[in-house]
Design a protein around this ligand. Structure first.
Ligand code: ADP
Ligand code: MG
Length: 313
Protein backbone atom coordinates (compact mmCIF):
# COMPACT_ATOMS: atom_id res chain seq x y z
CA UNK A 1 0.00 0.00 0.00
CA UNK A 2 1.27 3.45 -0.87
CA UNK A 3 1.01 5.74 2.14
CA UNK A 4 -0.73 9.08 1.76
CA UNK A 5 2.04 11.62 1.55
CA UNK A 6 1.28 15.10 2.79
CA UNK A 7 3.82 17.80 3.57
CA UNK A 8 5.37 20.87 2.10
CA UNK A 9 8.83 19.39 2.06
CA UNK A 10 7.76 15.97 0.88
CA UNK A 11 9.93 16.01 -2.20
CA UNK A 12 13.05 16.89 -0.22
CA UNK A 13 12.05 14.23 2.28
CA UNK A 14 11.45 11.68 -0.45
CA UNK A 15 14.84 12.41 -1.94
CA UNK A 16 16.24 11.61 1.49
CA UNK A 17 14.42 8.30 1.63
CA UNK A 18 11.57 9.26 3.95
CA UNK A 19 7.82 9.26 3.41
CA UNK A 20 5.94 11.69 5.60
CA UNK A 21 2.50 10.47 6.60
CA UNK A 22 1.91 12.99 9.39
CA UNK A 23 3.03 16.59 8.91
CA UNK A 24 2.65 17.55 12.56
CA UNK A 25 5.06 14.80 13.60
CA UNK A 26 7.57 16.03 11.04
CA UNK A 27 7.27 19.50 12.56
CA UNK A 28 7.69 18.09 16.10
CA UNK A 29 10.84 16.22 15.11
CA UNK A 30 12.93 19.38 15.52
CA UNK A 31 12.19 19.44 19.27
CA UNK A 32 12.85 15.79 20.12
CA UNK A 33 14.58 15.00 23.44
CA UNK A 34 14.81 11.22 23.08
CA UNK A 35 14.94 8.73 20.25
CA UNK A 36 13.97 5.17 21.19
CA UNK A 37 15.04 2.43 18.81
CA UNK A 38 13.74 -1.12 18.57
CA UNK A 39 16.75 -3.46 18.48
CA UNK A 40 16.01 -6.36 16.16
CA UNK A 41 15.52 -5.36 12.54
CA UNK A 42 16.09 -1.69 13.32
CA UNK A 43 19.54 -1.20 14.90
CA UNK A 44 20.46 -4.67 13.65
CA UNK A 45 19.79 -6.06 10.20
CA UNK A 46 17.64 -8.80 11.66
CA UNK A 47 19.16 -11.23 9.21
CA UNK A 48 20.01 -13.68 11.91
CA UNK A 49 21.80 -16.96 11.49
CA UNK A 50 21.99 -19.95 13.81
CA UNK A 51 25.54 -20.10 15.16
CA UNK A 52 25.20 -22.74 17.86
CA UNK A 53 22.96 -25.44 19.25
CA UNK A 54 23.01 -27.37 22.54
CA UNK A 55 20.78 -30.28 23.47
CA UNK A 56 19.76 -31.86 26.77
CA UNK A 57 17.58 -34.91 27.10
CA UNK A 58 16.50 -37.49 24.55
CA UNK A 59 16.55 -35.44 21.38
CA UNK A 60 19.75 -35.11 19.35
CA UNK A 61 20.58 -32.04 17.25
CA UNK A 62 18.94 -33.54 14.17
CA UNK A 63 15.62 -34.08 15.98
CA UNK A 64 15.87 -30.66 17.66
CA UNK A 65 16.25 -28.92 14.27
CA UNK A 66 13.50 -31.06 12.73
CA UNK A 67 11.02 -30.11 15.45
CA UNK A 68 12.14 -26.47 15.73
CA UNK A 69 11.87 -25.93 11.96
CA UNK A 70 8.43 -27.57 11.99
CA UNK A 71 7.13 -25.45 14.85
CA UNK A 72 8.47 -22.29 13.14
CA UNK A 73 6.91 -23.30 9.82
CA UNK A 74 4.10 -20.75 9.96
CA UNK A 75 5.94 -17.90 11.68
CA UNK A 76 7.18 -14.85 9.80
CA UNK A 77 9.52 -13.82 12.62
CA UNK A 78 13.17 -13.40 11.64
CA UNK A 79 14.11 -16.01 14.25
CA UNK A 80 11.77 -18.46 12.52
CA UNK A 81 13.36 -17.79 9.16
CA UNK A 82 16.84 -18.35 10.64
CA UNK A 83 15.84 -21.68 12.22
CA UNK A 84 14.22 -22.94 9.00
CA UNK A 85 17.28 -21.94 6.98
CA UNK A 86 19.66 -23.63 9.42
CA UNK A 87 17.67 -26.88 9.26
CA UNK A 88 17.56 -26.69 5.48
CA UNK A 89 21.33 -26.07 5.29
CA UNK A 90 21.79 -29.28 7.27
CA UNK A 91 19.49 -31.18 4.93
CA UNK A 92 16.91 -31.65 7.69
CA UNK A 93 13.21 -31.68 6.77
CA UNK A 94 10.85 -29.89 9.18
CA UNK A 95 8.64 -32.12 11.33
CA UNK A 96 4.92 -32.06 10.57
CA UNK A 97 3.03 -29.99 13.13
CA UNK A 98 -0.54 -28.99 13.93
CA UNK A 99 -2.21 -26.45 16.22
CA UNK A 100 0.41 -23.80 15.48
CA UNK A 101 0.07 -20.72 17.64
CA UNK A 102 2.08 -17.51 17.65
CA UNK A 103 2.73 -16.32 21.22
CA UNK A 104 3.49 -12.69 20.46
CA UNK A 105 6.75 -11.50 21.98
CA UNK A 106 7.35 -14.91 23.58
CA UNK A 107 7.73 -17.46 20.80
CA UNK A 108 5.64 -20.10 19.11
CA UNK A 109 3.93 -23.38 20.00
CA UNK A 110 2.53 -26.36 18.10
CA UNK A 111 1.76 -30.03 18.40
CA UNK A 112 4.40 -32.20 16.81
CA UNK A 113 2.70 -34.96 14.89
CA UNK A 114 3.99 -38.45 15.22
CA UNK A 115 6.12 -39.50 12.27
CA UNK A 116 4.57 -41.59 9.53
CA UNK A 117 5.86 -45.12 9.77
CA UNK A 118 8.40 -45.75 7.04
CA UNK A 119 9.42 -42.07 6.88
CA UNK A 120 13.17 -41.59 6.92
CA UNK A 121 14.48 -40.96 10.39
CA UNK A 122 17.74 -41.21 12.23
CA UNK A 123 15.96 -41.57 15.53
CA UNK A 124 12.53 -43.19 15.61
CA UNK A 125 9.94 -41.50 17.78
CA UNK A 126 9.53 -43.63 20.94
CA UNK A 127 5.79 -43.10 21.18
CA UNK A 128 5.34 -43.59 17.45
CA UNK A 129 1.91 -44.98 16.80
CA UNK A 130 0.12 -43.37 19.74
CA UNK A 131 -1.28 -40.85 17.24
CA UNK A 132 -1.46 -37.77 19.43
CA UNK A 133 1.96 -36.14 19.27
CA UNK A 134 3.15 -33.75 21.89
CA UNK A 135 3.11 -30.05 22.67
CA UNK A 136 6.29 -28.16 21.89
CA UNK A 137 7.19 -24.52 22.57
CA UNK A 138 10.03 -22.52 21.08
CA UNK A 139 10.90 -19.08 22.42
CA UNK A 140 13.13 -16.80 24.44
CA UNK A 141 13.66 -16.07 28.14
CA UNK A 142 10.22 -14.50 28.51
CA UNK A 143 8.66 -17.80 27.43
CA UNK A 144 10.80 -19.87 29.81
CA UNK A 145 9.84 -17.55 32.62
CA UNK A 146 6.15 -17.74 31.70
CA UNK A 147 6.27 -21.56 31.74
CA UNK A 148 8.10 -21.45 35.07
CA UNK A 149 10.73 -24.00 34.11
CA UNK A 150 14.43 -24.32 34.95
CA UNK A 151 17.18 -24.53 32.35
CA UNK A 152 19.27 -27.72 32.56
CA UNK A 153 22.89 -26.84 33.55
CA UNK A 154 24.39 -27.55 30.09
CA UNK A 155 21.76 -25.35 28.42
CA UNK A 156 22.22 -22.56 30.99
CA UNK A 157 26.00 -22.53 30.45
CA UNK A 158 25.56 -22.51 26.66
CA UNK A 159 22.95 -19.72 26.80
CA UNK A 160 24.91 -17.49 29.19
CA UNK A 161 28.01 -17.78 27.02
CA UNK A 162 26.00 -16.96 23.88
CA UNK A 163 24.26 -14.05 25.62
CA UNK A 164 27.53 -12.48 26.68
CA UNK A 165 28.48 -12.52 22.98
CA UNK A 166 25.27 -10.63 22.12
CA UNK A 167 23.71 -13.75 20.60
CA UNK A 168 19.97 -14.29 20.92
CA UNK A 169 18.99 -17.62 22.48
CA UNK A 170 15.73 -19.49 21.94
CA UNK A 171 14.72 -22.62 23.83
CA UNK A 172 12.88 -25.73 22.65
CA UNK A 173 10.50 -27.01 25.32
CA UNK A 174 8.64 -30.35 25.46
CA UNK A 175 5.25 -30.60 27.14
CA UNK A 176 5.67 -27.24 28.87
CA UNK A 177 8.09 -28.84 31.29
CA UNK A 178 11.54 -29.67 29.91
CA UNK A 179 14.00 -27.63 27.88
CA UNK A 180 15.55 -30.08 25.42
CA UNK A 181 17.55 -27.75 23.17
CA UNK A 182 18.76 -24.18 22.82
CA UNK A 183 19.71 -22.35 19.63
CA UNK A 184 22.05 -19.35 19.54
CA UNK A 185 21.46 -16.77 16.81
CA UNK A 186 23.84 -14.03 15.79
CA UNK A 187 22.51 -10.82 14.38
CA UNK A 188 24.51 -8.03 12.78
CA UNK A 189 24.47 -4.44 14.00
CA UNK A 190 23.91 -2.13 11.02
CA UNK A 191 26.97 -0.06 10.09
CA UNK A 192 24.85 3.09 10.17
CA UNK A 193 23.56 2.54 13.73
CA UNK A 194 26.74 3.68 15.48
CA UNK A 195 27.02 6.82 13.32
CA UNK A 196 23.35 7.63 13.80
CA UNK A 197 23.66 7.39 17.58
CA UNK A 198 26.81 9.54 17.64
CA UNK A 199 25.10 12.19 15.52
CA UNK A 200 22.00 12.20 17.75
CA UNK A 201 24.25 12.67 20.80
CA UNK A 202 25.93 15.62 19.07
CA UNK A 203 22.49 17.17 18.66
CA UNK A 204 21.91 16.76 22.41
CA UNK A 205 19.36 13.98 21.93
CA UNK A 206 19.26 10.97 24.26
CA UNK A 207 19.17 7.52 22.71
CA UNK A 208 17.21 4.64 24.19
CA UNK A 209 16.67 1.05 23.04
CA UNK A 210 13.69 -1.24 23.49
CA UNK A 211 13.71 -4.99 22.89
CA UNK A 212 11.90 -8.22 23.63
CA UNK A 213 15.30 -9.90 23.65
CA UNK A 214 17.25 -10.86 26.80
CA UNK A 215 18.99 -8.54 29.24
CA UNK A 216 22.41 -9.93 28.17
CA UNK A 217 21.93 -9.25 24.49
CA UNK A 218 20.40 -5.83 25.11
CA UNK A 219 23.31 -4.82 27.33
CA UNK A 220 25.93 -6.01 24.83
CA UNK A 221 24.32 -4.10 21.96
CA UNK A 222 23.73 -0.98 24.08
CA UNK A 223 27.37 -0.98 25.22
CA UNK A 224 28.63 -1.51 21.68
CA UNK A 225 26.60 1.42 20.35
CA UNK A 226 26.87 3.82 23.28
CA UNK A 227 23.13 3.81 23.98
CA UNK A 228 22.13 5.84 27.07
CA UNK A 229 19.29 3.68 28.33
CA UNK A 230 17.81 0.31 27.38
CA UNK A 231 14.74 -1.72 28.20
CA UNK A 232 15.09 -5.52 27.77
CA UNK A 233 12.66 -8.46 27.81
CA UNK A 234 9.83 -6.04 27.11
CA UNK A 235 6.59 -7.81 26.24
CA UNK A 236 4.64 -6.50 23.22
CA UNK A 237 1.93 -5.00 25.44
CA UNK A 238 4.58 -3.11 27.43
CA UNK A 239 6.36 -1.46 24.51
CA UNK A 240 4.00 1.51 24.31
CA UNK A 241 3.90 1.98 28.09
CA UNK A 242 7.72 2.22 28.04
CA UNK A 243 7.40 5.11 25.57
CA UNK A 244 4.69 6.65 27.76
CA UNK A 245 6.98 6.35 30.79
CA UNK A 246 9.61 8.51 29.06
CA UNK A 247 6.93 10.97 27.96
CA UNK A 248 5.64 11.31 31.52
CA UNK A 249 9.09 12.60 32.46
CA UNK A 250 8.28 15.47 30.11
CA UNK A 251 10.32 14.16 27.20
CA UNK A 252 9.35 14.53 23.55
CA UNK A 253 9.97 11.00 22.28
CA UNK A 254 10.48 9.41 18.86
CA UNK A 255 10.13 5.66 18.43
CA UNK A 256 11.83 3.85 15.58
CA UNK A 257 10.67 0.29 14.86
CA UNK A 258 9.82 -2.35 12.30
CA UNK A 259 7.73 -5.07 13.91
CA UNK A 260 4.07 -5.83 14.51
CA UNK A 261 4.88 -5.53 18.21
CA UNK A 262 6.25 -2.03 17.69
CA UNK A 263 3.01 -0.64 16.23
CA UNK A 264 1.43 0.54 19.52
CA UNK A 265 4.72 2.18 20.57
CA UNK A 266 4.99 3.90 17.17
CA UNK A 267 1.47 5.19 17.59
CA UNK A 268 2.15 6.33 21.16
CA UNK A 269 5.38 8.19 20.39
CA UNK A 270 5.34 11.90 19.57
CA UNK A 271 7.11 10.97 16.36
CA UNK A 272 6.60 7.38 15.15
CA UNK A 273 9.23 6.32 12.64
CA UNK A 274 8.67 3.04 10.81
CA UNK A 275 11.35 1.09 8.99
CA UNK A 276 10.23 0.63 5.37
CA UNK A 277 11.12 -3.06 5.17
CA UNK A 278 9.12 -3.69 8.34
CA UNK A 279 5.66 -5.16 8.78
CA UNK A 280 2.59 -3.50 7.24
CA UNK A 281 1.17 -2.81 10.70
CA UNK A 282 4.31 -0.93 11.75
CA UNK A 283 4.33 1.09 8.53
CA UNK A 284 0.67 2.02 8.99
CA UNK A 285 1.37 3.12 12.58
CA UNK A 286 4.33 5.31 11.67
CA UNK A 287 4.13 9.06 11.10
CA UNK A 288 7.22 8.85 8.93
CA UNK A 289 8.50 5.83 6.97
CA UNK A 290 12.20 5.31 6.29
CA UNK A 291 12.33 3.79 2.82
CA UNK A 292 15.97 2.69 2.93
CA UNK A 293 15.90 1.08 6.41
CA UNK A 294 18.77 3.34 7.38
CA UNK A 295 19.00 4.61 10.99
CA UNK A 296 21.01 7.60 9.71
CA UNK A 297 17.80 8.79 8.06
CA UNK A 298 16.50 9.50 11.57
CA UNK A 299 19.26 12.10 11.87
CA UNK A 300 18.49 13.52 8.39
CA UNK A 301 14.83 13.73 9.29
CA UNK A 302 15.52 15.76 12.43
CA UNK A 303 17.87 18.06 10.51
CA UNK A 304 15.29 18.52 7.78
CA UNK A 305 12.65 19.36 10.38
CA UNK A 306 14.91 21.93 12.05
CA UNK A 307 15.82 23.52 8.69
CA UNK A 308 12.26 23.59 7.32
CA UNK A 309 10.40 24.89 10.31
CA UNK A 310 12.97 27.45 11.36
CA UNK A 311 12.27 29.24 8.08
CA UNK A 312 8.56 29.31 8.71
CA UNK A 313 8.63 31.07 12.08
P1 ADP B 1 12.24 -7.54 19.31
O1 ADP B 1 11.63 -6.67 20.35
O2 ADP B 1 13.69 -7.84 19.62
O3 ADP B 1 12.07 -7.02 17.90
P2 ADP B 1 10.01 -9.51 19.47
O4 ADP B 1 9.16 -8.70 20.39
O5 ADP B 1 9.50 -9.79 18.11
O6 ADP B 1 11.53 -8.99 19.39
O7 ADP B 1 10.29 -10.91 20.17
C1 ADP B 1 10.78 -10.93 21.47
C2 ADP B 1 11.37 -12.25 21.82
O8 ADP B 1 10.37 -13.29 21.73
C3 ADP B 1 12.49 -12.70 20.88
O9 ADP B 1 13.74 -12.19 21.24
C4 ADP B 1 12.41 -14.21 21.09
O10 ADP B 1 13.05 -14.55 22.30
C5 ADP B 1 10.93 -14.49 21.26
N1 ADP B 1 10.27 -14.83 19.97
C6 ADP B 1 9.38 -14.08 19.29
N2 ADP B 1 8.96 -14.72 18.17
C7 ADP B 1 9.63 -15.89 18.12
C8 ADP B 1 9.65 -17.02 17.20
N3 ADP B 1 8.91 -17.07 16.10
N4 ADP B 1 10.47 -18.04 17.51
C9 ADP B 1 11.22 -18.03 18.62
N5 ADP B 1 11.25 -17.02 19.50
C10 ADP B 1 10.48 -15.96 19.28
MG1 MG C 1 11.99 -5.63 15.72
Amino acid sequence: AVPLVVAINTSTAAQNGMLIRDRIAMEEARNLDTVMFDKTGTLTTGEQGVVGVETAGDWDEQRAFEVAAGVEGDSEHMIARAIRTAADDRGIDPARVSNFENLRGLGVTATVGVRQSGAPSSQPEPDSGSGDGETVHLGGPNLVERLGIERPPAIATFADEAGSNAQTVVYLVREESAIVAAFALADVVRDESRRAIDALHEMGIEVAMLTGDSEDVAKAVADELGIDQYFAEVLPAEKDTTVAQLQSDGKLVAMVGDGVNDAPALARADVGIAIGSGTDVAIESGDIVLVDNNPLDVVRLIRLSKASYRKMQ
